[in-house]
Design a protein around this ligand. Structure first.
Ligand code: C2E
Ligand code: MG
Ligand code: MG
Length: 456
């Protein structure tokens, strides 16, 4: 039976709605204010929420915002009920992610019509996604229970492997998002999805510790697929929030790259989540492609032919020769943070970073600098026309809700850093306007500059 939560402070309206919905065979829960509504939504996970806008303490917008930030309630269909028919209010509700809006007084037919249309739409959207999640979970469970899959590894590692298998089953893994920022305009162009393990006793375990183990044991196939599904689902939400060009980068391990099922899995995830291939970038390391050059080239070419972007991660740390750069269909080159660190004072790093940026540009690649921590490093990269930065200077990887705040508030590189812009500076004024089709841009562009068709 479909479960509907009604959040309404006016008793008469609340009771009328409850009776009406019950008469139409819905299971109904009622809450008399925003706070109780949020608690009921988290407890009951209803199929749909009807919520008044004007309520004391927590108003309807705040209720929606709170629920959209929680993984368990973020996709519950939400209809606002309001006496206000002002366009601005309507817009605000829809921008926050409401699915529909009913202006009081509304008729019984209007209400039931809105509910029916949203529920049927949601079913076609979420059913394949739910099925995909179930399939991934089933594969995870198989791996968790696969006791034959033990290896000759040290007792500490074996223990960690057992714990990692449980982590998968117990939802201890989480995806964080680290902003990638265009250096010339200073605005966020996308994010790298990075997995986190919140161990119940040991606290946060670094991916640098558990990803190699997952790679060794084969668990990386299921973890990687889970991360990809989560990240693509999340990216679609942000794109629908008004950031159509946002790009999500996901790491592919060596094992995944040689997995015969990879292509089908990536295609299935794009299909189910509705993410356009152009909004996805897959990162591979030199060492991963070097493990089986011809297989990696074939797989990457196929992914590229779908329209997915390919990035070469940690460039300079593996054993690839420059010749290989030509064989693979890379779109971006990520300079490893060991070269970016102290780039101004360390002569070797300076030479390597400058050469890599030049090489990337000569090969028509977007160059991304990883691990940018200081203003001077950023100024150096800007001076050498590096395209994108990623690093603690802007932000470490963040939970989805925090990254979303960056997008919505238009967080951008500090104006101080932008001051040293060279040729591009004449085209931009540092301030955050609202433009059609993109919620927040860090800079207003003077006429004549087509920001949508600018590079990357
Ligand atoms: P990576 O793909 O090169 O990711 C960049 C790493 O650098 C991340 O570490 C990030 O948090 C860190 N980093 C970014 N900016 C800075 C900075 O300014 N200073 C410093 N000191 N560090 C910075 P993280 O998240 O610990 O990930 C480590 C590695 O684990 C990743 O390196 C990647 O190889 C692997 N990894 C993480 N998530 C996944 C995943 O979902 N799948 C696969 N296959 N590998 C993953
Ligand atoms: Mg990476
Ligand atoms: Mg890297």
């Amino acid at each position: 039976m479909t479960k509907i939560l009604v959040i309404e402070d006016e008793e008469l309206i609340r009771e009328t709605l409850v009776q009406l919905l019950k008469a139409h065979n819905f299971q109904v829960i009622a809450a008399q204010n925003g706070q109780m509504g949020v608690a009921a939504a988290l407890r009951e996970i209803p199929d749909l929420i009807l919520c008044d806008v004007q309520m004391p303490e927590l108003n309807g917008y705040e209720v929606l915002q709170t629920l959209r930030q929680n993984d368990r309630t973020s996709i519950i269909p939400f209809i606002f009920l309001t006496a206000q028919s002002a366009k601005a209010e309507f817009r605000r509700g829809m921008e926050l992610g409401a699915d529909d809006y009913l202006t009081k007084p509304f008729t019984k037919e209007e209400l039931l019509g809105a509910i029916a249309s949203i529920l049927s739409k949601r079913k076609t959207i979420t059913q394949p996604l739910t099925e995909a999640l179930h399939q991934v979970e089933a594969r995870l469970n198989d791996l968790v229970n696969d006791s034959a899959n033990t290896h000759t590894i040290s007792p500490e590692k074996l223990n960690l492997e057992i714990e990692l298998r449980h982590a998968l089953a117990n939802n201890e893994l989480e995806v964080y998002y680290q902003p990638q920022v265009g250096i010339d305009l200073g605005k966020i162009i996308g994010a790298e999805a990075l997995v986190r393990w919140n161990h119940p006793e040991k606290g946060r375990i670094s991916p640098a510790e558990f990803i190699p183990l997952a790679e060794e044991t084969g668990l990386i196939i299921a973890i990687g697929e889970w991360v990809l599904l989560k990240a693509c689902t999340q990216a679609v939400k942000w794109i629908n929030l008004g950031f159509p060009n946002l790009r999500i980068s996901v790491n592919l391990s060596a094992r995944q790259l040689s997995d015969s099922q990879l292509l089908q899995r990536v295609m299935a995830i794009l299909n189910t989540t509705g993410l356009k291939p152009a909004n996805l970038e897959l990162e591979v390391t030199e060492s991963a492609v070097m493990e089986n050059v011809s297989l990696a080239a074939a797989t990457l070419n196929h992914l590229k032919s779908l329209g997915i972007r390919i990035a070469l991660d940690d460039f300079g740390t593996g054993y690839a020769s420059f010749g290989y750069l030509k064989q693979f269909p890379f779109d971006s080159l990520k300079i490893d943070r060991c070269f970016v660190s102290n780039v101004v004072t360390d002569a070797h790093n300076k030479a390597i970073t400058t050469a890599v940026i030049q090489l990337g540009h000569d090969l028509n690649l977007t160059v991304i600098a990883e691990g940018v921590e200081t203003d001077t490093e950023l100024a150096f990269l800007r001076q050498h026309h590096c395209n994108i930065m990623q690093g603690y200077l802007f932000s470490p990887a963040q939970p989805a809700a925090e990254f979303e705040k960056f997008l919505v508030t238009g967080k951008c590189l500090p104006v101080k850093s932008v001051k040293s812009l060279t040729s591009v500076s004449s085209r931009i004024i540092p301030c955050p306007p609202l433009l059609e089709g993109e919620k927040s841009l860090p800079f207003r562009l003077k006429s004549g500059f087509d920001y949508k068709n600018s590079s990357f």
